[in-house]
Design a protein. Structure first.
Length: 303
């Protein structure tokens, strides 16, 4: 199978054009699509286009960000993901390219970033952010132990204004978010509450600004020979232990017997996530979407 593919030049130009509006030039409303929170079986089973842009979250954390002049302005520290639907809401960045910001972290709407390919390596991408010192005046950062409240609508509105993001409707504020760094290496339990493995990687679809798949690495004692599985985000539930809200697990709503019937892959042979046939097979296997049936499927992520 083919490895994770990178964004095409045409798509890169299209995404990059969003940034050309820059500071002082408000973005067109047409640049920000309407939020769609519906996760019906029909919508989930609808094939994505070949032009989806899939990248591995682990490979881009701590990667640099440049501006339109190719100057370093900071680096990616984390991604804030809506745990209900997988939407990538914000990037957490450190502004090393500007004096006076130290090691503070700043939340940036993901729409303000453009993701461009690195022509020298298919798994690496460049992040562009059109930001300047004047635009950041008054910005208040935070540290790893004191993250902002993403249920604070005024805080979210200020971020949109600072980065010139205009939307057809407001992003719904919510505490139901999880960070990419929290997801990575989380324990994965099956429906019988037995640990079956851990999170190895997160596959981000940057064209649609969503976390599409969680790559689960099975424990060595599993009976299945294929150790890695690409699990649709909606097939997993985030659960915290009642006695410790900070200790999270992911629950895959399948038994070990069911999982043993699904084809996985190994570390050296990653699937081609741009293949619509492969993506459809994942939906049918993990989300139980069947052809020619009106049976409803309850999927989603609970915080």
């Amino acid at each position: 199978m083919k490895p994770v593919t990178v964004i095409t030049g045409a798509i890169a130009i299209s995404i990059g054009s969003v940034l050309l509006t820059g500071s002082g030039h408000a973005q067109n409303k047409s640049n920000i699509p309407k939020e769609d929170h519906s996760e019906s079986p029909e919508k989930i089973s609808q094939p994505l286009t070949k032009d989806c842009t899939f990248i591995r979250a682990g490979s881009i954390l701590s990667k640099g960000i440049t501006n339109l002049q190719q100057q370093d302005v900071g680096e990616i520290n984390d991604f804030v993901i809506d745990s209900k639907n997988g939407k990538i809401r914000y990037a957490a960045v450190t502004y090393g390219g500007f004096p006076g910001f130290g090691n503070k972290i700043f939340a940036v709407p993901f729409e303000a970033l453009a993701v461009l390919p690195n022509n020298n390596h298919e798994h690496y991408h460049r992040f562009l952010l059109d930001v300047n010192q004047e635009q950041l005046d008054g910005a208040t950062g935070f540290d790893q132990d004191h993250w902002p409240d993403f249920a604070d609508q005024e805080f979210l509105n200020r971020l949109d204004r600072r980065y010139n993001i205009r939307r057809d409707q407001e992003v719904t504020s919510s505490n139901a978010v999880i960070r990419a760094n929290q997801l990575l290496n989380l324990k994965v339990l099956n429906i019988e509450d037995h640990q079956i493995g851990k999170v190895e990687e997160i596959i981000l679809d940057t064209a649609h600004r969503k976390a599409r798949y969680i790559i689960v690495a099975l424990d060595d004692d599993t009976a299945n020979e294929s150790k890695f599985f690409a699990v649709p985000f909606q097939a997993l539930q985030v659960k915290s232990k009642l006695k410790n809200d900070n200790q999270l697990n992911l629950v895959l709503k399948m038994s070990s017997h069911q999982l043993a019937k699904i084809q996985g892959f190994d570390r050296d042979h990653w699937p081609d996530f741009t293949d619509p046939v492969y993506r459809k097979s994942l939906i049918e296997q993990f989300l139980f979407v069947k052809k020619q049936t009106d049976q409803s499927v309850n999927v989603g992520i609970d915080s």
